[in-house]
Design a protein around this ligand. Structure first.
Ligand code: PHE
Length: 339
């Protein structure tokens, strides 16, 4: 029996020496200590040993068991360390390696112009408000002193949804909504999309306007002119020249149109200003007292001025864009140039 025990022990220790991985190690562990393992079988064989030899035999089994366990443990450690080193090698991060280039986006030219203009206006104390793009005939036209069937409606070729509902043709619709809600004095600007049945290189059926409105006591044309002069100089540069021309809008009286010297050629004449040196930029005027009254504002006490910008034109001038369609095509190659 003792010989057999020593033989089994040597065999197992020999197996352990030859181990190359954790899987094999577990197999040897089972071969030795599993239910039907060699060491377990030896313990079971104890009853065949003469009673006086049992203590000695038992002690030898214990020695063999702990020796094998120790060797297995050493191998186990060895394998675990090797595994860890392998992972550390494989998962090494080279922090000096250059990173992948990521694409940086840019603001759409219209968003950029809205940001620039509203920033300037907010500096001057204006609040920014928005209104619905699907609008009622009342707010878009009637409250702006443009009655049904009046010829002045022809100025804006409008998309009607029903007789009373339309796609707003001007952000002026927001003026009426805000005048109903607010108590003077107030100063608001409203940027947003507008729609007209118009389409060529400089007109698109969808376009953007920014409307401004100031209502207070003692407002005059002088306030409007000085405010627009500051606005234009801050947008296009201090050396910009401004020209005011008489015009007509049903909701302002008197009405003006405002031109600025071309920021590209500074008034000399180029293809952007079509040789004239000046660019037509916006409509404006002193709010017609009738419009104030319709929205519940006392026109004896208060007066107002309003102005309306075409944002597409402004974006085209600032970025030298030739065709308004570029703004709405969503062509990535065009948008990438805005970075
Ligand atoms: N709403 C006018 C337009 O779209 C512009 C404008 C606004 C004119 C405010 C005067 C005052 O043509």
């Amino acid at each position: 029996m003792i010989e057999e025990l020593l033989k089994i022990k040597e065999e197992l220790l020999g197996d352990i020496k030859k181990l190359t991985n954790l899987k094999e190690l577990n197999e040897v562990r089972i071969k030795a200590f599993g239910k039907a393992g060699a060491i377990s079988n030896l313990s079971k064989g104890m009853r065949d040993v003469a009673p006086e030899d049992r203590p000695k035999f038992g002690a030898l089994i214990n020695i063999a068991r702990s020796e094998i366990e120790r060797e297995l443990e050493l191998k186990n450690k060895e394998f675990e360390e090797a595994e860890l080193n392998k992972r550390l090698q494989e998962e090494k991060v080279d922090i000096t390696e250059p990173s992948k280039a990521c694409e940086i986006g840019a603001l759409h030219p219209i968003s950029d112009v809205i940001d620039r203009l509203t920033d300037i206006c907010v500096d001057m104390g204006f609040s920014v408000v928005e209104g619905p793009e699907i609008e009622s005939d009342y707010y878009n036209f009637e409250a702006m002193n443009i009655p049904k069937n009046h010829p002045s409606r022809d100025m804006q070729d409008t998309f009607f949804i029903t007789d009373e509902i339309l796609l707003r043709s001007q952000t002026s619709a927001v003026q009426a909504r805000e005048m109903e809600k607010r108590k003077p004095p107030f100063k608001i600007v409203c940027p947003g999309k507008t729609y007209r049945n118009d389409s060529d290189a400089t007109h698109s059926p969808i376009f953007n306007q920014l409307e401004g409105l100031v209502v207070d006591e003692n407002i005059s044309m002088a306030d409007l002119k000085s405010m627009l002069t500051i606005l234009m100089k801050r947008l296009y540069g201090e050396d910009t020249k401004i020209r005011f021309r008489p015009s007509f809008f049903p909701f302002t009286e008197p009405s003006i149109e405002v031109d600025v010297s071309c920021p590209n050629c500074h008034g000399k004449g180029c293809n952007i200003c079509k040789g004239s040196g000046m660019l037509e930029l916006l409509g404006a005027g002193v709010v017609n007292p009738k419009v104030l009254e319709m929205s519940g504002i006392d026109s004896k006490k208060y007066r107002g001025f309003a102005f309306g910008f075409g944002l597409d034109r402004t974006a085209m001038i600032l970025n030298s864009i030739g065709n308004i369609r570029s703004l709405y095509r969503n062509d990535k190659r065009f948008l990438e140039q805005m970075r």
